[in-house]
Design a binder for this molecule. Structure first.
Ligand code: PEP
Ligand code: MG
Length: 527
């Protein structure tokens, strides 16, 4: 219609709901087929897939290698499950909410995922999954609809849409209208490439802990975490340095010239500790220690509430050598690609800052390390050091933090968790009831709770910019790909939103809506 002159390009862009784009980007369950779902959970990553049930990551890898697609069904997932998650065409968990491990990782990979499917009782030992009076077994076919949250028995046909030329034309128009930049959350060169393909204009969040999935790497991280002294940690860090450096080189090359925000290590430790007996034995053998010693170290590190525990910048504060290793890897990688002619500007991001002194502490380590590398190599590269804003205290003291930090990136997953006092991992068990009852209009882990979290964000932007007028502000929590949250971020005057690669087009269109709606409102609301 726009091409025929019946409507303007602005109207064309405004007529397409950003959420609807998911339908042209992901497979969906054939709407012509009738079925009754086995169970319904929280839709966490769109798409639809059919596969055979597997109940462990190991089974997922083994069974997928035999040829049939597999669907990983677990109570919840952890980094131990990563390779199984990669092998699966869909992931279902019985626990967890929209920013749980399974949800975040699946969205990053573009794998269909349903979380918090409470009706499912997963019995790994018996090899079956029970839902009310139905039982499906390991190896049985199921279908997962990541848009509706339905888990369906059997093989339901799915349709894979092809975004055609019109899609690209519409997105091109959206790009002309929007003011917000759209970046992607990507942790490896493959995702970075995919993100560029979807139109990302940089990386807003590289979660360095995600670079440590995979046996060899996770063992080195575990060795570092489990070391009781600095010497042991230094040995493990020496193994991690070249791996990190080569990952960063790959990402900088893939993003050639676009900004890349790399976050220092932020793993809630429980996500990285071995839990299964065979994992403990394998790690013990690799480290030349006894299984008992490893178990004792794991017990020593046990935290009652790891999400509020020894994570984020608290790790680098207590173990400065971790921050130094990561800063070195980033700066060395930047110098290496700069030599190849890649235009590179690393943005080093400190996670979970609540007090300006934490930021000062981490910044001093980063700056000293960068200086040391510059002297060693007798050359320099520009870099920025900024912070995640993901604790209420950080919002309330944003003016002091901005005096030191060159950019802010809102971590709205943690900011939602800590503002609402709602665990990201456990809320899936009861939060849907609140949404059904209308207490929250939308799941606050999906769409920003404007009255609470949003107010803190607004304060932080205002006070941050009062101290540093050119403060660069963005968002990298899961909300960065949610249309109404993107519109809210535009209203706060942020520079960019960052979301998983597959949601980049959704965010681009939502950002155009935000700018056009604002223009309309300024013109008196005429349509
Ligand atoms: C966040 O908290 O919003 C965030 C982006 O960090 P993570 O999800 O890794 O905690
Ligand atoms: Mg966070």
């Amino acid at each position: 219609m726009a091409n025929e002159g019946l409507i303007t390009r602005e109207q064309a862009v405004l007529r397409v709901e950003p959420e609807r784009l998911e339908q042209v980007l992901h497979p969906m369950v054939d709407p012509a087929v009738d079925y009754t779902p086995l169970a319904v959970g929280n839709p966490a990553s769109p798409g639809a897939a059919t596969g055979r049930i597997v109940l462990t990551a190991k089974e997922a890898v083994e069974e997928a290698a035999k040829g049939d697609p597999v669907i990983l069904v677990r109570t919840e997932t952890s980094p131990d499950d990563f390779e199984g998650m990669v092998a699966a065409v869909a992931i279902v968990t019985s626990r967890g909410g929209k920013s749980s491990h399974a949800a975040v990782v699946a969205r990053g990979m573009g794998t269909c995922c349903v979380v918090g499917t409470r009706e499912l009782e997963i019995d790994e030992a018996a090899g079956e999954v029970r839902a009310h009076d139905k039982v499906v077994k390991r190896g049985d076919w199921i279908t997962v609809d990541g848009a509706s949250g339905e888990v369906i028995e059997g093989q339901i046909p799915t349709i894979k849409p092809e975004p055609g030329e019109d899609f690209h034309t519409l997105m091109g128009w959206a790009d002309e209208f929007r003011e917000l930049r759209v970046r992607a959350n990507a942790d490896n060169p493959g995702d970075a490439d995919a993100a560029r393909g979807f139109g990302a204009e940089g990386i807003g969040l590289c979660r360095t802990e995600h670079m440590f999935f995979g046996d060899e790497r996770i063992d080195a991280v575990r060795e570092m975490i489990l070391s009781s002294d600095q010497e042991g940690r230094a040995a493990a860090l020496a193994k991690l340095l070249p791996m990190q450096r080569s990952d960063f080189v790959g990402i900088f090359r893939a993003m050639n010239g676009l900004p890349v925000t790399i976050r220092l290590l932020d793993p809630p430790l429980h996500e990285f500790l071995p839990t299964e007996t065979d994992e403990v034995s394998r790690l013990a053998a690799g480290l030349g220690r006894s299984a008992g010693e490893i178990e004792a170290a794991v017990a020593r590190l046990h935290e009652a509430n790891p999400m509020l525990g020894h994570r984020g910048c608290r790790l680098g504060y207590s173990h400065p050598e971790i921050t130094a290793m990561q800063a070195r890897a980033i700066i060395e990688a930047a110098l290496e690609v700069a030599d190849e002619g890649v235009d590179v500007l690393p943005e080093i991001m400190v996670p979970l800052v609540g007090h300006e002194d934490e930021f000062d502490n981490q910044r001093a380590i980063v700056d000293a390390t960068a200086q040391a590398v510059f002297e060693e190599q007798d050359r320099k590269v520009d870099y920025l050091v900024g912070t995640m804003i993901e604790l209420p205290r950080a919002c309330l003291t944003a003016g002091d933090i901005a005096a030191r930090a060159e950019f802010f990136s809102f971590g709205t997953n943690d900011l939602t968790q800590t503002t609402l006092g709602l665990s990201r991992d456990d809320a899936g068990n009861f939060l849907p009831l609140y949404v059904e009852a209308g207490v929250y209009e939308r799941d606050p882990f999906q769409s920003i709770d404007k009255a609470g979290v949003g107010r803190l964000m607004s304060l932080a932007v205002r006070e941050g910019r009062a101290t540093r007028p050119d403060l660069k502000v963005g968002i990298c929590g899961e909300h960065g790909g949610d249309p109404s949250s993107v519109i809210f971020c535009h209203s706060l005057g942020m520079q960019y939103v960052s979301c998983s690669p597959f949601r980049v087009p959704v965010a681009r269109l939502a950002a155009a809506h935000a700018a056009l709606e604002e223009k309309r409102a300024a013109a008196g609301g005429a349509s």
